[in-house]
Design a protein around this ligand. Structure first.
Ligand code: S3P
Length: 174
């Protein structure tokens, strides 16, 4: 945990990547990059508008380019977008640059956490709960393939942060 390899948080929307990533970066005195925020700042518009005006494939290309760029840096805590697992090259590159940690939560809790959010374009069409469950069915194997997992269900941010720090301490070469 004392070297400069990146720490990358992945996981479905609503699993706490941004909140925990920021707290972790503070704790470890590292720079924090939230990929969605970074892309919004670079493109100059919010994610829903990127999806609407440029389309999801264009967003995925932007994400991919950012992964390549971030993978060349070190000493970062990175909160990836929930769809980062869709391109195996992203996970390969992140694995090469640091430790990838997958945050997970029970679907019912994810649905509850995202109930009042309106900044997730993939959840805006149709019933939100159904969309979440459908996306999870397709993506679960991709998230499950990540060796380092932390279940956030029923846990407060401080508790999740503690779990992450324990995981990091258990990894000799992080
Ligand atoms: C997405 C997750 C979002 C954002 C975009 C697409 C996804 O990030 O990148 O709305 O495909 O799961 P968060 O997981 O940070 O909400």
């Amino acid at each position: 945990m004392h070297n400069k390899r990146n720490i990358i948080l992945v996981g479905f929307m609503g699993t706490g990547k941004t909140t925990i990533g920021r707290a972790l970066a503070n704790q470890l005195k590292r720079d924090f990059v939230d990929m969605d925020c970074e892309l919004e700042a670079r493109v100059g518009k919010p994610i829903p508008l990127i999806f609407n005006e440029d389309g999801e494939p264009a967003f995925r290309r932007m994400e991919r380019n950012l992964v390549v760029e971030l993978s060349r840096r070190n000493n970062l805590v990175i909160a990836a977008g929930g769809g980062i697992v869709l391109d195996p090259d992203n996970i390969r590159d992140f694995n090469a640059t640091g430790l990838v940690i997958c945050l997970k939560a029970q679907p019912a809790e994810i649905i509850h956490r995202l109930a009042s959010c309106h900044d997730r374009p993939l959840l805006e069409k149709g019933d939100k709960g159904e969309r979440i469950r459908n996306l999870l069915v397709h993506r679960q194997p991709l998230y499950d393939a990540i060796p380092c997992q932390i279940d956030t269900t029923g846990k407060a941010p401080a508790e999740i942060l503690a779990c992450v720090l324990i995981k990091l301490n258990s990894k000799i070469q992080v």
